[in-house]
Design a protein around this ligand. Structure first.
Ligand code: NAI
Length: 302
């Protein structure tokens, strides 16, 4: 077995019937994990359903000598999330690794975006993270071990035209991670974010063909596998990955300006450049660290 291996580990990968999730599931299976391959098997916009996608990936894992079971539940329902985790518990007795990966797209400029497109995308990306992660988290807490990956996107972290629903959902996952990293810490549950870019059916009409070819899904998997491993001790990180490039994105806070007395709007205007200056910006692990800087330690106010 290679250094990063998953024997005796049980992994759930949602949306593992195609694209990125399929490769995560195959590679986890090759490195010894018992894998629940979840996929609803619908179209890119979330319509339809079918068993073939999940079944094929299970067959591929088994053909390579690994262990896997299919699950066809919809991650956007609480019952679906519970049943995905139950599938892992029934077949393999626990959950060690959860990769929340299932996704759909319904791009429209904001004024054209109907409520059903907003809700469908928020449900499959953000609500699903609640639906699947919560029952998995309960089991991980009992076992004092967990590795959770949430799949965000630069469309949310940085912005992309025509993806208001998707960007909002994907940024919501970063907020969820910021909280779960704290709630999971004492139970050895690490929660991290992957920000992938890869040529899949989700991107096949938005990327030029040569870029599509360069951005193979296989380039994302090494980072995800490391972040799911026992060796990986960090939590709350957002990691970019594509075409062999890996980096960290983070939310930083500038040093800002503290007024001793209630400022006027004119004083805000006068100080605006300093208020928004990001030189010496800092990453805060916890809101209390920020409050301590603002209210106490650094004496910014008082
Ligand atoms: P994909 O469309 O190839 O795969 C997504 C899979 O999720 C499909 O097999 C689909 O059937 C499944 N799925 C959709 N709704 C589901 C539901 N309700 N329940 C269960 N399964 C469901 O897409 P891709 O590119 O592999 O995307 C994977 C994740 O990566 C998504 O969360 C996506 O938003 C994210 N992502 C992808 C990027 C890219 O460049 N491909 C960029 C940034 C993020």
């Amino acid at each position: 077995m290679p250094e990063i291996e998953f024997s005796d580990r049980v992994a759930i990968v949602t949306g593992a019937g195609a694209g990125l999730g399929r490769d995560y599931a195959l590679q986890l299976g090759k490195r010894g994990a018992k894998v629940v391959v979840n996929d609803l098997g619908g179209a890119r916009d979330g319509t339809g359903a079918g068993k073939t996608a999940a079944d094929q990936v299970v067959d591929e894992i088994k053909a390579a000598g690994g262990q896997a079971v299919p699950n066809y539940d919809d991650v956007s329902t609480t019952a679906g999330g519970e049943n995905i985790v139950k599938t892992a518990l029934d077949h393999f007795g626990k959950v060690d690794i959860l990769i929340n990966n299932a996704g759909i797209l319904r791009d429209k400029t904001f004024v054209k975006m109907e409520e059903n497109s907003w809700d469908a995308v928020l449900n499959v990306h953000l609500k699903a993270a609640y639906n699947v992660t919560r029952p998995a988290f309960i089991n991980m807490r009992q076992n004092q071990y967990g590795r959770i990956i949430l799949t965000s996107s630069v469309a949310g972290v940085m912005g992309n035209f025509g993806q208001a629903n998707y960007g909002a959902a994907k940024m919501g996952l970063c907020g969820l991670t910021n909280v779960l990293k704290l709630e999971g810490a004492k139970y050895n549950i690490n929660v991290n974010v992957i920000l992938p870019s890869a040529g899949t059916r989700m991107t096949d009409d938005v990327m030029p063909p040569e870029m599509f070819e360069r951005l193979k899904v296989e380039y994302i998997t090494p980072a995800v596998l490391y972040m799911c491993s026992e060796q990986f001790r960090e939590t709350g990180l957002y990691i970019n990955a594509y075409a062999g490039y890996f980096s960290r994105s983070a939310i930083l806070t500038g040093p800002g300006v503290a007024f001793k007395d209630l400022p006027t709007p004119e004083q805000i205007k006068e100080n605006w450049d300093k208020i928004v200056d990001m030189g010496d910006a800092k990453y805060y692990e916890h809101v209390n660290e920020f409050m301590a800087d603002v209210l106490g330690g650094k004496g910014l106010i008082g």
